[in-house]
Design a protein around this ligand. Structure first.
Ligand SMILES: [Zn+2]
Length: 269
């Protein structure tokens, strides 16, 4: 038996029995792992709120190396992300990120870089007010860190740089299809060349400055379509938390439109 110490983020906690919980963590040093938390469901549990999804914690657990289920020994909270929990759009965005981490990462697959990216994305959810660019970047960069970085410079069919016109995106080949090749290789995803530049910008921008990036509404919709289709193609199904985000983004767009229309009416009247 070995004792493991690491920082971690709680991805998921489910009830295992009347007293115990089964919790999935993404850890800094050992990747994704699962632990049984004995007596975690008792009111005076020694783990307290540290096993709530989203908590950033210090974690100690034990077991044999590479086993499927470990035993939780100790955890204490570093960050609870309380302000994220209190705001529905922030909360659903964070829950979507947790779900995406859980479904795309295999147990034992460990990258410290991925942990740092995940934690800083959650900090951006907490600190930023415009979350749409962050959601797109999270999808793109997570796939890139897992080894599925999209090819955006050259056409995946002819290997040439695309000229102006409609550009396609092949989830199967993981990259863009130029306007010449798109005729022989029709793609479900098509967008204007200008959108490609925004896509490149998303792939290379620092997470902390994302809030400042401004996209035309039509480009924002295209970007959502492209990056989320990449996720769907990778995962093979829609994620449970995503429809809530869609709904909130649409409501936010409508209220913005209403506000703009109101302004125009006031100016005209
Ligand atoms: Zn081509």
């Amino acid at each position: 038996m070995a004792l493991f110490r690491t920082k971690a983020i709680v991805l998921r906690s489910i009830n295992l029995s009347e007293t115990d919980k089964l919790t999935t963590f993404y850890t800094e040093n050992f990747g994704k792992i699962k632990c049984v938390a004995k007596a975690a469901r008792r009111i005076k549990s020694r783990f307290g709120a540290a096993l709530e999804p989203l908590s950033h914690i210090n974690l100690i657990y034990f077991g044999k190396e590479n086993q499927e289920l470990y035993r939780l020994n100790h955890c204490d909270i570093l960050t609870s992300f309380q302000s994220v929990r209190e705001n529905p759009e922030k909360l659903y965005t964070a829950v979507y990120f947790l779900e995406l981490m859980d479904v795309t990462i295999r147990e034992g697959d460990c990258q410290t870089k991925l942990f740092e990216f995940f934690l800083s994305a959650l900090q951006c959810v907490e600190n930023q007010s415009r979350l749409e660019p962050l959601r797109r970047v999270f999808e793109l960069r997570l796939l890139a860190l897992l080894g599925y970085s999209p090819s955006l410079g050259q056409c995946v069919v002819c290997r040439k740089e695309p000229i102006n016109g409609w550009i396609g995106f092949s989830c199967f080949k993981g990259g863009i299809v130029c306007p010449v090749c798109i005729d022989q290789n029709p793609q479900e995803i098509r967008f204007q060349k200008g959108t490609l530049n925004y896509l490149k910008k998303l792939l290379s921008s620092d997470l902390k400055i994302l809030e400042r990036l401004k996209f035309p509404r039509a480009v924002e919709e295209e970007l959502e379509y492209i990056t989320h289709r990449m996720v769907l193609s990778h995962v093979g199904r829609e994620l449970k938390s995503y429809p809530f985000i869609k709904l909130m983004a649409e409501n936010a767009a409508h209220s913005l439109e209403d506000a703009n229309n109101g302004q125009t009416r006031n100016q005209n009247g």
